[in-house]
Design a binder for this molecule. Structure first.
Ligand code: SAH
Length: 230
């Protein structure tokens, strides 16, 4: 086996840094494997994506802690366990067309590409600067994602129908109809929504919707905290 700290890495700080990050990432995935009931498929996707490339330079040393981190513009990169839980609930097939609402830094979109393959993830980001930075970063790392700046509710009517949608910001009053309308019958939507019973405290629940001919089935997957959908 390759020794990540073997002779080849000596004297090459970039290479040493890369292998440090890879080791930290294996540690994180091991932790997630123990704590979550996540599938090996999802864990492999998390293992494959260099999360340190998605966080600001000065936060890189904390990229493999299981925590959200600030990414500027008052937004955050989701904690790895949350991305794993959402990816498992979505459970997309290879080749599926996936809509993401809330690209942020692009990390979750990259995890989705690991699951479905290149070219079928479409992600909308409200903040134009974040959309541009995510597009550049995903490109550079070889993740084929279509990123559009704008309101995720309306961003991709021309690309619908999608097999699945992953929503990374919390809408008020349930998942907006335009998102539900862009997902095919039988397709899934994973999203944080306001908890009707806890509205006053700003509580949110993670839900999985399955789109039916005549509406949606809804499953509740516990309390969460996401930034609001604008
Ligand atoms: N998917 C990200 C999480 C980003 S945080 C990750 O990989 O970690 C949620 C993002 O949703 C923020 O960047 C925020 O700007 C964006 N957002 C909020 N409202 C939105 C809307 N209506 N349409 C698209 N993006 C929105």
């Amino acid at each position: 086996m390759d020794d990540p700290n073997g002779p080849n890495s000596r004297g090459d700080p970039e290479r040493e840094e890369r292998s440090d990050f890879a080791a930290a990432r294996r540690g994180l995935v091991g932790e997630l494997r123990e704590r979550l009931d996540a599938s090996e498929r999802t864990l492999s996707a998390i293992q494959a994506v260099p999360r340190h490339e998605f966080v600001p330079e000065e936060r890189r040393s904390r990229a493999y802690a299981d925590r959200p981190l600030p990414i500027g513009h008052d937004q955050t990169i989701s904690a790895p366990h949350m991305v794993a839980v959402m990816a498992d609930l979505l459970d997309p097939d290879r080749g599926d067309r996936v809509l993401e609402v809330g690209t942020g830094c692009g990390y979750h979109a990259a995890v989705l590409v690991e699951l479905v393959g290149p070219g079928t993830v479409y992600s909308a980001e409200y903040v134009p600067e974040l959309a541009a930075a995510a597009r550049e970063r995903l490109d550079r790392l070889g993740y084929e994602v279509t990123v559009r700046a704008g309101d995720g509710r309306e961003a991709f009517p021309d690309e619908a129908p999608f097999d699945a949608a992953s929503v990374a910001c919390a809408p008020t009053g349930g998942v907006p109809d335009p998102i539900v309308d862009q997902v095919r019958t039988g397709g899934r939507i994973v999203a944080p929504v306001e908890d009707d019973g806890l509205l006053a405290r700003g509580g949110q629940r993670l839900v999985r919707l399955t789109v039916r001919e005549d509406g949606v089935d809804r499953e509740d997957h516990g309390g969460v905290r996401f930034v609001p959908m604008r």
